[in-house]
Design a protein. Structure first.
Length: 201
């Protein structure tokens, strides 16, 4: 795919996730905050984690794009774009399996751990939606930039940087991972609500 197609695909994915948030709206807070054990996350915590981690990249991308020099603000968007090997590795680590299982469980950085004991459904969904809107708008803003040469700090620190599009592929895979985690909760036998019905992506 070329850069134009990649950016459009990412925008579509983030917009689809925004639409899928509506599936959580009917849940009462006791259902959204339910967890099978103290060591597992609730649906609400999965969504809050998506918000926290996505916002890190919103903030880092905003900083980097504001500092982008004029000669990198325009490029041939029809050129083929290939994700680097580091980006491919990180995406593969995050991606849920086709059967819905979550591979390669990893410890969550403390900054991205949900901090509240319970979440208000409306407020949580509004905050997640706002963050997804922000990252979508950044995709639109940078669509014509030379994205092969612009790098953004990752969750692993400012010394670990990825090309912007590689970082966005990682964010999208990470979101799919935790969205699947929420779906899996809804399919548990002792889940106190109806199974989660997401619109197909």
């Amino acid at each position: 795919m070329n850069q134009e197609e990649v950016v459009k695909g990412l925008i579509i994915e983030f917009e689809q996730l925004r639409q899928q948030l509506g599936a959580y709206a009917p849940y009462e807070e006791i259902v959204l905050n339910w967890k099978p054990s103290s060591q597992r996350w609730s649906m609400a915590e999965c969504l809050e984690h998506i918000r926290l981690s996505t916002y890190l990249y919103v903030a880092n991308m905003r900083m980097v794009l504001d500092q982008t020099p004029p000669h990198l603000r325009q490029t041939d968007i029809t050129r083929t774009y290939k994700v680097g090997w580091v980006g491919r590795f990180l995406v593969r680590m995050m991606e849920p399996r086709p059967d819905g299982t979550i591979p390669y469980r990893a410890k969550t950085f403390s900054d991205f751990k949900p901090g509240a004991s319970a979440y208000n459904t409306d407020l949580l969904l509004q905050n997640v939606d706002l963050t997804l809107q922000q990252i979508t708008e950044l995709c639109e803003e940078m669509a014509s930039f030379e994205l092969r040469k612009i790098k953004v700090p990752t969750a692993m620190g400012r010394f670990m940087k990825l090309p912007v599009l590689d970082a966005l592929f990682f964010v999208a895979a990470h979101n799919r991972r935790h969205l699947q985690q929420a779906v899996n909760l809804g399919e548990m036998a002792n889940f106190p609500g109806e199974p989660l019905q997401l619109q197909p992506a």
